[in-house]
Design a protein around this ligand. Sequence first.
Ligand SMILES: [Zn+2]
Length: 450
Amino acid sequence: MAQLTFVGAAGTVTGSKHLLSSNGKRIFIDCGLFQGTQDIVALNSVPLPVPAAQIDAVVITHGHVDHIGYLPKLVRDGFKGPIYATTPTRALMNIVLEDAAHLQRHLKKRGFHEEPYAPPPFYDESNVQQTIQQTQTFDLEKPFQVADFSAIYKNAAHIIGSAFVSIQVEGKRITFSGDIGRYNRTLLYDPTPMGEADVLVCESTYGDRVHPPDALAQLGQTLAAGVARGGAIVIPAFAVERSQEILLSIGQLQRQLLALANVPVFLDSPMAAHVDQLFSDYPAWHKPVAFETDGKPFGCSNLTVAIETEQSKAIANVKGPHIIVSASGMAAGGRVLHHLHNHLSDPKATILFVGFQGAGTLGFLITNGAKTVRIYGDVLPVRAATGIISGYSAHADRNEIQQWLNTCTSKPTYYAVHGDPVSAQSLCDLVKMKYGWDAHVAARGTTVTI
Ligand SMILES: [Zn+2]
């Protein structure tokens, strides 16, 4: 009998790691880092149920760090098997894991390794390079072999290269959603219909919520109000794709709103600049948007891309209204911390979050009304206007997950993963009621028989 163990992203939204075992073969589906509060980050140090050297293969759904960030540690600890990913995901893994290793080294050097938002110094660039060497690529809709099992990737529409994966084990089809994206998006094509599944392991990040309908209008209003306040507008944004979507929207708004026409825009994230390149390298994996028109990446005018540290520092000297898009999206690290340190206490400034904020992250504290926060050891009063727009999420909301579940042609046993407990339970209840499936919230560390 095949067995499935929920090692991560069960009760949390990070640390995605599912262990599938059958006939002495063991594979991981995703291998992500736990991120967020100190308690959650500490889960990265919990030993795996099986030693790394005894894992036969790893199947990756997409290149977010909470799905791939543990891979170099697995490799460092003795995993020698193949890692499978789509072609853009492999390219993204290179960017994201290099950044993760760099961040760990940087934080350690600066003595911030006790910083609760920082990942632990688990690995270095050599482990990352070994990880990339072990990674083989497969396109969507092309069956491939993983240990003794047959697998197939289908478009998940979450970020560039993202896939959900169906794996045939002992005559049963087990589908892992990875992270499911959205319908009718600017950059990506819709998720592929699911088809038949005997077991469905499904994300539930927004299982109890619905995204507001018009994110672009909301962004326009917030930016116009921010310009009127007269200070900086800091937008913490994930380097992977969110930054690109925000630039695309700012470009559209610059043509619609006179107030924004001449406001300087800074993209302060070397990683985001690398991700920009992926859209150029893999045109078949996204809708045909102008990657670069007249020197305007994603159609955004007045844009300066800061790659070098000196370019990043120079942004602090800019006076008057300006927009800074910088990573990380939950303000859990990265250059955006400098900008928040500079502007959080300025009543003229605006801090605008554009994605999910994990419990305990700086973004979570700010968007939940914290009066003071600590950055680089300094306690700062929050005087800037703050806001959050969830309409840019790369995750399907409750209705969009249903839209995807409607494309299932069988009655699978259902496990809700990758959600906080309330969200996962809410989706689980809905699945039982609406579809009559045998539905469960996956608990970390538990094993079920397939
Ligand atoms: Zn993701």
